[in-house]
Design a protein around this ligand. Structure first.
Ligand SMILES: NC(=O)c1ccc[n+]([C@@H]2O[C@H](COP(=O)([O-])OP(=O)(O)OC[C@H]3O[C@@H](n4cnc5c(N)ncnc54)[C@H](O)[C@@H]3O)[C@@H](O)[C@H]2O)c1
Length: 334
């Protein structure tokens, strides 16, 4: 489907659920971006879920979003159960505004929902010559080290920095061996998942996507990844007023209440300490890129590069939509 055609269809679908035009556009852009960067687990595969949650009144289509100014640099957003894309859009814009005025801006967001890709919001800050750190909570998926029960989310950690080139440095990684969205896509399409990323409900390693969804996902790097997940749980949930310690509802399976996801956005001017930050980061990247390479590696990439190339490669192509998603879209437009 042509990109523009899909964009209009998405807007139409969100308008039907009761979202305002502005919120429908923000949400449609975020979903489209996820498809264009190849993050299919956070794009169209979630469209029906968002609409179901709005229809079942656990996402508020007409939120009264409040921004509380705590100091010139610090704000807290109460998103009033809005769709996560809108809460995050407000959160990052407020963090950018605070940072541009005061050097540093920190914004907590509570009562939000799943917002897709952290890197999408980081890009906005980096375009404003800011370094940015972003944390969000997510529903239980990963077992804390040593436990057989999922409690932490896949809790992505995101760091963005301008590079002085058109390709920003954006490290945006979940703390699980595999993204939960990818397991969902595999389960939907009857595909296996890689070995070593999940256990079934009895704690046995599994490559069956469905069993993995009912079991636990493994954190990256054992107790180290488990510790990072815990840190994100504290920063995004305990700190902001969002849900934490396994209390975030699964957006696909649990419609009993809003998710109350928390996010934290911290942005600061890249040249606060060193006026020639861009020169310094370029030198830094060049040193790494010139290192001798392993046999099977053509080019050393920095985080964010492959995603940038994927976006450039896909942006003028038609968007491939699988049959399941096609039928979701048709049903939502009926
Ligand atoms: N909202 C949520 O609840 C939620 C939860 C989990 C993940 N996510 C999002 O899902 C997305 C995917 O997460 P993921 O962990 O699967 O990411 P990933 O494994 O695809 O990439 C992780 C990081 O590694 C970098 N990278 C990839 N290949 C590289 C290479 N060859 N050399 C150097 N760096 C490389 C990427 O640029 C990225 O920064 C992220 O955008 C994340 O924010 C969202």
């Amino acid at each position: 489907m042509k990109r523009q055609e899909l964009f209009y269809k998405l807007i139409k679908i969100f308008l039907r659920t009761g979202l305002s035009k502005q919120h429908a556009i923000i949400s449609s852009k975020a979903i489209l971006n996820a498809e264009l960067v190849g993050a299919y687990g956070h794009g169209l595969s979630r469209l029906k879920m968002y609409c179901d949650r709005i229809n079942k009144k656990v996402i508020n289509p007409k939120p009264q979003i409040k921004i509380k100014k705590i100091s010139p640099s610090i704000s807290l957003v109460d998103a009033n159960d809005s769709i996560g894309f809108v809460a995050a859009d407000i959160g990052i814009k407020e963090a950018i505004k605070n940072a541009k005025r005061n050097g540093i801006g920190m914004v907590g967001v509570k009562n939000s929902g799943h917002y897709g890709l952290s890197g999408y919001y980081a890009e906005q800050a980096v375009k404003n010559n800011l370094i940015v750190l972003i944390y969000t909570g997510a529903p239980p998926a990963v077992a804390p080290f040593g436990s057989l029960k999922s409690l932490f989310g896949t809790n992505p950690i995101c760091f963005g920095a301008p590079t002085g080139t058109k390709i920003p440095f954006i490290l945006d990684t979940s703390i699980s061996m595999i993204n939960r969205g990818k397991i969902r896509v595999a389960a939907k399409n009857n595909q296996k998942i890689p070995e070593g990323v999940a256990l079934d409900k009895d704690g046995k390693p599994t490559t069956d996507a469905e069993k993995a969804l009912n079991g636990v996902q493994l954190p990256i790097g054992g107790f180290r990844g488990s510790g990072l997940a815990w840190m994100v749980d504290i920063l995004s949930g305990v700190f902001t007023g969002g849900n934490h310690a396994g209390k975030i509802k699964d957006p696909f399976d649990d419609f009993s209440a809003p998710q109350n996801i928390g996010h934290l956005f911290i942005a600061f001017k890249a040249n606060i300490f060193m006026k020639d930050f861009k020169k310094r980061i370029q030198k830094n990247i060049n040193i790494v890129k010139k290192l001798p390479k392993l046999k099977n590696i053509k080019k050393i990439l920095y985080p964010g590069e492959s995603k940038y190339y994927r976006y450039q490669n896909n942006k003028n192509k038609n968007i491939k939509i699988n049959d399941l998603t096609k039928s979701d879209i048709n049903e939502l437009l009926r």
